[in-house]
Design a protein around this ligand. Structure first.
Ligand code: SF4
Length: 370
């Protein structure tokens, strides 16, 4: 039994036994979490929970280093899925401007800028149920070229077949993002056009192809506390655990069914980050959508709870993200450094020139087909 398995009796006991247990924590990875013990983690006194999460964080990561990704929407809006939080669903009446799939050179320019701002990973997201066969040559091209800039690559394109996952892996895609969104119990309240099992199957295809998994969820969807525990159990009990775990705070968008849902209490969000860190000690836990509504102090608290990855840039797919320079200022105040990646400027220049030559072809293709 794990030393993380703290019982309610222990929680109510005088401080010394609990603290002794906290201080001797070992952050081995487990895949057999159950609701009772995860609920007990969520119920810990806040300071004890933060201490435990930070202790585990320090056993596995440099506590003053944050991995930085940039997310670019490569195809925006008109998605046939019915995710009730999403501004990109064709079923939600939002002001979002739709955009066809971007040309490869535009994607590369954005990737180069992201690299110059310190991003080590470039994530490309398309509002699709799943990629169509006609799209595959272009997304594969994007992966190859962004990879050649010396950045890690990540894509989120919806559901993937085994064959598509294999091809993306062969093109050099490092990570595939596919979130579980919420607990299996709350899921039908949020999405009806694909099942929870569909999501798990895509994650399985990604893992089998040899790519790293980026998967997390959204909190503040009107779920109960037990749903947050249940979501984290789903993620932590994947074997292996996702390398990257985005924890999103719902960004309420006018025109979506969740526009008026009650706000999540800030401490509940921070607890979620801390419990994710404890349950997935070796994963990068990403502070993701919803950062605009967090002040610096709350973001700092999230880093203390074990978050060690963020998105840079002013757009997070289609919702706002704090300006990059605000992030840099916050990192300076906190003494946080960004994780680094090797650069190869000559290779970058060459790739961009090649991509510009290809632009006309790309534009013609997408005008005709999307
Ligand atoms: S979350 Fe993704 S799949 Fe769902 S509606 Fe938005 S873009 Fe489509």
């Amino acid at each position: 039994m794990s030393d993380i398995n703290i019982t309610q009796t222990e929680l109510n006991a005088p401080v010394p036994p609990v603290m002794a247990k906290l201080q001797s924590s070992h952050s081995h990875v487990r895949h057999n979490w159950n609701l009772r013990e995860v609920n007990a983690l969520f119920a810990m006194p806040f300071n004890d929970l933060m201490f435990k999460a930070q202790t585990i964080h320090r056993e596995n990561f440099n506590p003053n280093e944050v991995q930085v990704s940039t997310l670019l929407s490569i195809k925006t809006g008109a998605c046939p899925e019915d995710c009730k939080y999403c501004s990109q669903s064709a079923r939600n009446k939002t002001d979002l401007e739709k955009e066809s799939l971007l040309a490869v050179d535009k994607v590369l320019e954005a990737a180069q800028r992201a690299k110059e701002m310190g991003s080590t990973r470039f994530c490309m997201g398309a509002a699709w149920r799943n990629p169509k066969e006609r799209d595959m040559p272009y997304v594969l091209d994007m992966v190859k070229n962004v990879k050649a800039l010396g950045m890690e690559t990540c894509m989120t394109l919806g559901m993937l077949s085994g064959d598509q996952a294999d091809r993306l892996n062969d093109a050099g895609l490092d990570y595939y993002n596919h979130n579980l969104d919420t607990s299996p119990e709350h899921y039908n309240q949020i999405i009806t056009t694909r099942t929870y099992q569909d999501r798990l199957d895509t994650l399985d295809n990604v893992r089998s192809a040899g790519m790293k998994v980026c998967s997390g969820g959204i909190v503040g969807l009107g779920e109960k506390a037990i749903d947050r525990a249940s979501l984290l159990i789903q993620l932590a009990n994947l074997s292996p655990q996702p390398e990257s775990v985005p924890i999103n705070m719902l960004v309420k968008v006018e025109g979506t069914p969740l526009a008026d849902v009650d706000d999540l209490e800030s401490f509940d969000f921070i607890r979620c980050i801390a419990v994710a860190r404890i349950m997935m000690p070796k994963s990068h836990v990403r502070l993701s959508a919803g950062r605009t509504s967090m002040n610096e102090q709350m973001q700092a608290m999230c880093f203390l709870a074990g978050a060690n990855s963020i998105f840079y840039g002013c757009k997070l797919l289609t919702t706002e993200n704090p300006e990059t320079n605000q992030d840099i200022a916050l990192f300076e105040k906190l003494g946080i450094n960004t994780e680094t990646v090797d650069t190869d400027t000559e290779a970058a220049d060459k790739i961009i020139k090649t991509a510009i030559v290809d632009q006309q072809h790309s534009d013609l293709f997408y005008n005709a087909s999307v």
